[in-house]
Design a protein around this ligand. Structure first.
Ligand code: IMP
Ligand code: MG
Length: 502
């Protein structure tokens, strides 16, 4: 079959393949990892934590993972799955996912967890959530999984590692010191906010009226996690380095996206891990040059963002941003309030909802509605500087019914004079490439080119040639205007609905 030949061609000579995202995450990474799942000997994650959510559709069944690599479905084929050293590991979430796998009778015999992954503790979740709920200003819109505080502790050299769960005395000593500082920081916040956060869900059992945190409860709980996970905890950096040296095939699974990466994204509206290819390699103990091929995913012809931060092409603008930031809105309430809106609604705010419904764009981790916008080429041109030109276009089928498709080709700057190093941005300046400086991005307005939609179902298409002419023109436009090399197009949620381009 054509597709198989193309896969062979694409992977010819490749030993380490990395899959990352050129946007804000939620672009279909899980599906692509699954698509390539048969190929590698090992699949590894190296960044992020339980903030991520990977969705995989297998026929009628849908799997969502947060920490466990998406390749886990290949575990019983003997493929190694690794949660690498660069990740923020919440053992509670891992144990929950293992329970879920057990329930589905799926194996995880070949799952390894890096002994030097950053350990997420209750105080990280508390601090993350307290910061987010303390004031509206400075809100990032985090997933509340403790990601920021965990990475901050790591860089401040006060963090704990997964391995510390295996040595109670070390754990207690480090925990004491870590908690002491957290209690001081939390003391600056309104006690009622702190208490409300602490008494929530699974954090409740670590709450102590006097000392804020019940140290013994944390120690006991983590000792339990350590026991359960002990046989998986490994020096995975060395494991992967050896695999690489022995010429074994490795698939690296990125998390979030370049535009959310701490080093490449729209700081401070980012997550706290480096989501680029570089960060991914580092997070599994490899060098960037060990990666033979990296594919950067681009959702098209719309994109999404969760949480705060610049999003020039957002459909419905401010109104959409505010709506999606409202914690009382979820998939169900939105469907009830807007049963009739669709992807062609003349009102932009409604059209944004229509696209969200069509693409099922609700957080896999939080259930939040994702902000929707048109494909943004300035962002893409910026992002591929970090990822390279090889791109996979995903979710193309979502806009099958769309009559008019807009692509943002440039921004026009409409703010006050802004100095950016030696350069001064003035009203009316055109930016072909995004600059991830939020002071600047706040005043960047999109310039669009409009296209007729293809208006037919593409899910059955097996080859690139079978795609409607109008869609191929749009893909050609992106290729030509962003200088990307489109290797894969995804035309539906199932792994079969993936076309490897000639
Ligand atoms: P954190 O990673 O929970 O600290 O959240 C920081 C920002 O990254 C917020 O805007 C989140 O919505 C966003 N974010 C984190 N993980 C994901 C993800 O997997 N998909 C999309 N957005 C994410
Ligand atoms: Mg996701």
């Amino acid at each position: 079959m054509n597709n198989e030949k193309n896969i062979e061609k694409l992977l010819n000579g490749v030993r380490t393949l990395a899959i990352v995202c050129n946007q804000f995450g939620d672009t279909g990474k899980g599906k692509l990892i699954d698509f390539f799942g048969e190929w590698p000997d090992g699949i590894a994650r190296g960044t992020g934590g339980a903030n991520a959510g990977h969705t995989i559709q297998r026929g009628e069944k849908k799997y969502v993972f947060h920490l466990v690599p998406s390749g886990i479905l290949y575990d019983n084929y003997g493929k190694i799955n690794i949660i690498g050293s660069g990740t923020a590991l919440d053992p509670r979430v891992v144990c929950e996912e293992l329970n879920a796998l057990e329930k589905e009778k799926l194996s995880y015999n070949n799952l390894y967890i890096a002994l030097n992954a950053r350990l997420v503790l209750p105080q990280h979740l508390v601090l993350d959530r307290v910061r987010e709920s303390a004031s509206k200003q400075g809100r990032i819109g985090t997933t509340g999984r403790g990601i920021g505080p965990v990475y901050a502790d790591y860089y401040a050299r006060v963090g704990l590692f997964v391995n510390d769960m295996l040595n109670t005395d070390v754990f207690v000593r480090k925990l004491r010191r870590n908690i002491k500082e957290k209690v001081m920081i939390l003391g600056q916040y309104d006690p009622s906010v702190v208490q409300a956060v602490m008494r929530h869900e699974h954090l409740g059992r670590f709450w102590s009226a006097g000392d804020l945190f019940d140290l013994d409860a944390i120690v006991e709980t983590y000792r339990g996690y350590g026991k359960r996970l002990a046989h998986m905890i490994e020096d995975t950096d060395s494991l992967l380095q050896e695999m690489r040296n022995r010429g074994r095939k490795i698939l690296l699974e990125g998390t979030q996206g370049n535009l959310l990466g701490i080093d490449t994204g729209t700081y401070p509206y980012v997550t706290s891990a480096d989501c680029s290819v570089r960060g991914l390699a580092q997070g599994v103990g490899l060098r960037e040059r060990d990666i033979d091929l990296s594919l950067g995913i681009v959702k098209a012809f719309y994109m999404t963002r969760v949480g705060e931060g610049p999003f020039p092409t957002e459909i419905g603008g401010e109104q959409s941003a505010e709506w999606c930031a409202d914690s009382t809105i979820n998939k169900k309430s939105e469907a009830e309030l807007y049963p009739l809106v669709d992807v062609n609604d003349p009102d932009p705010f409604h059209q944004g909802i229509g696209i969200r419904k069509a693409g099922n764009e609700y957080g896999a981790t939080t259930g939040r509605p994702r902000r929707t916008g048109w494909l943004d080429l300035p962002f893409l041109r910026y992002s591929i500087r970090h990822t390279g030109p090889n791109v996979a276009l995903t979710k193309l089928d979502v806009l099958d019914k769309c009559q008019e498709i807009k692509i943002c080709t440039e921004y026009v700057y409409r703010g006050p004079d802004y100095r950016w190093g030696k350069r001064v941005f003035r009203k009316g300046d055109i930016l072909p490439v995004a600059i991830p400086d939020c002071n600047l991005m706040a005043y960047c307005h999109p310039l669009y080119e409009s296209f007729y939609g293809w208006q037919q179902s593409i899910r059955h298409a097996k080859t690139y040639g079978e795609l409607p002419q109008k869609l191929r023109e749009l893909i050609g436009f992106v290729r030509y205007r962003a200088l990307v090399d489109i290797k894969i197009v995804s035309v539906g949620p199932d792994r079969e609905q993936t076309i490897v381009v000639d």
